[in-house]
Design a protein around this ligand. Structure first.
Ligand SMILES: Cc1cc2nc3c(=O)[nH]c(=O)nc-3n(C[C@H](O)[C@H](O)[C@H](O)COP(=O)(O)OP(=O)(O)OC[C@H]3O[C@@H](n4cnc5c(N)ncnc54)[C@H](O)[C@@H]3O)c2cc1C
Length: 517
């Protein structure tokens, strides 16, 4: 047990350290500005724009609005800016960028749109997707012109999701931190000259509104002293992220339990709660989709993330069988489609499965994860409750909770297919060894989520709308709060959350202001 704790906290610690190193300088200036204004930030004045959440969408929004001459109040619940970028891989997709042109890649927002619609089988929202792809290149160019360095060889076609048809997918050396460094560098001059007032550790609790569905006039927020303060504004933009850290809201909208602790702790759905109270509505629930490759560290709920298994046959074709709690195989283990694996997992009880193998496979196959060595994986069987080992198939079934008869029948059938060289069930091609001699092993893979499916409904000017399509005056929303369904429908399309968040932040900053004459 002690080793488990040590190893896990070391991994997490390293992750945190990377994040902190990336933003320390930027944030000290931001914090200074916030504390210089501090609680004396005028609550009785009229702000041009109140931005709720200083993350991926909120930072560029505040920056661009301030550059247009607005007085911006940027309110952040956490002690630091950055939001999900502190954890995110920061992968982005944009078509028609200067980067692509410099490499001779011919691409267009229309091609990007078509690709997302192809991958998502038409389930993305046409109006929001169109706005996202149309504004992505300008946002990407701005990032790169402002010092963002794409990795060597980028853009690429794919990385962990269904491939695009054009090379438009790129990210920086340090994932989300590479993006955040730029966003924070860009906003600092605006904070320094007082165009943006940043309040950290201040949580927006509700909106101030003229009656039901009436114009939004500002927000009520509480700082560390717990006292509610009213801030009035000519427009309010909700950029306070998704709801995956809110277990109750997740279960309500996604229809399943979230077993993993995988996202930013402040992604608690505050924007959904406030948007609904203002008269808005939520859409996209039907696009719920788990990711396929995650192992959690324990059976606690929610449990910390432990490692990614390699499920892409390009890097490691499966040697194991993948079975559900009934002991059934449910997807061809060597399919090269991410989407097929993810959709198949969504149909299994608790969106989980077990990778089952024996000693001969463990000895002969490459490590099941690119993050751990073979020795670390072997060691894992004595440490993690989601790693199982037993002398018999029955024993393995008992340890995992898989139906024993189902598991035995599946292994017997698989061994027959393996011997004949033909998978009569799923047409799997790669079957190098049978599963025939103990000890037997299983690793439990759990579906997990990095962003939410459902989101607040907005129109094509990002105004929050009622179910009848009527905009709620002065209220806007951007970022993950709009839901994965809006940008990528029911299939993960690479880079289609970070890039739209930045693009919409920039777009709103440049456009919403009812600036004073
Ligand atoms: C591990 C991980 C990897 C990912 N990788 C990718 C990727 O490679 N590519 C991709 O496209 N997407 C990825 N995503 C998703 C993507 O990073 C997020 O969807 C996106 O960054 C969200 O941006 P946002 O501005 O909507 O929210 P955030 O960046 O989370 O910002 C919201 C901010 O609002 C603040 N806030 C919340 N409530 C309140 C309140 N009541 N009052 C004031 N402030 C509040 C939060 O503290 C936060 O700072 C990943 C997500 C995770 C967790």
């Amino acid at each position: 047990m002690a080793l488990r704790g040590r190893r896990l906290s070391k991994r997490r610690f390293l992750g945190q350290l990377g994040a902190l190193a990336g933003v320390a300088v930027a944030n000290s200036a931001a914090s200074h500005a916030a504390s210089a204004e501090g609680s004396s930030a005028p609550s009785d004045g009229l702000w041009d724009v109140i931005v709720v959440g200083a993350g991926t969408a909120g930072l560029p929004l505040a920056t661009f609005a301030a550059r247009r001459g607005a007085r911006v109040l940027l309110i952040e619940a956490a002690p630091r800016t950055g939001g999900t970028l502190l954890l995110s891989s920061g992968q982005m997709a944009a078509a028609g960028t200067k980067l692509q042109k410099s490499l001779g890649i011919v691409d267009s927002p229309q091609d990007h749109y078509d690709d997302v619609m192809r991958i998502s089988r038409g389930t993305a929202r046409p109006d929001i997707l169109r706005l996202a792809v149309d504004n992505a290149a300008a946002a990407a160019d701005w990032l790169v012109d402002s010092g963002f360095k794409p990795r060597e060889g980028h853009p690429v076609l794919s990385g962990g999701h269904e491939p695009y048809t054009k090379r438009r997918y790129f990210w920086g050396e340090h994932g989300g931190i590479s993006v955040l460094e730029v966003l924070e560098r860009e906003i600092q001059p605006e904070i320094a000259r007082g165009a943006v007032t940043l309040l950290l550790e201040t949580e927006v609790k509700s909106l101030i509104q003229d009656g039901a569905h009436g114009a939004v006039r500002g927000v009520v927020a509480t700082g560390t002293d717990g006292k509610p303060v009213r801030y009035l504004g000519r427009s309010v933009v909700l950029t306070c992220g998704g709801y995956v850290s809110n277990g109750e809201m997740f279960a309500k909208y996604e229809g399943v339990r979230d077993y993993g602790d995988t996202v930013y702790a402040y992604s608690r759905g505050a924007g959904i709660t406030m948007g609904l109270a203002a008269g808005g509505y939520v859409r996209g629930q039907e696009c719920h989709q788990p990711l396929f490759n995650g192992v959690l560290a324990s059976e606690a709920i929610p449990a910390p993330f432990l490692l990614h298994l390699t499920t892409d046959p390009k890097f490691r074709p499966a040697w194991e069988i993948w079975v559900n709690v009934h002991g059934e195989r449910f997807v061809r283990e060597d399919t090269d489609s991410f989407d097929e694996r993810e959709k198949a997992l969504a149909r299994q009880p608790d969106e989980r499965c077990w990778f089952v193998f024996d000693q001969a496979i463990l000895d002969a196959s490459p490590p099941l994860s690119r993050e751990w060595t073979k020795d670390e994986i072997v060691e894992g069987f004595g440490i993690y409750p989601t790693f199982y080992k037993a002398d018999s198939v029955d024993g393995l079934a008992r340890a995992t909770g898989i139906d024993a008869a189902g598991l035995q029948a599946t292994i017997t059938a698989y061994n027959g297919y393996q011997a004949n060289g033909k998978d009569g069930l799923l047409d799997r091609q790669h079957m190098p060894l049978p599963i025939s001699r103990g000890p037997y092993y299983a690793i439990r893979m759990q579906g997990y989520y990095l962003l939410d499916a459902a989101g607040l409904a907005v129109d094509d000017r990002l105004r929050v709308i009622t179910e009848k399509g009527k905009p709620i005056p002065n209220l806007y929303a951007a970022g993950e709060l709009l839901g994965m369904a809006a940008f990528q429908g029911q299939s993960y399309c690479g880079g289609m959350s970070v890039m739209p968040a930045i693009a919409f932040g920039r777009l709103l900053g440049n456009s919403i202001l009812p600036l004073r004459a």
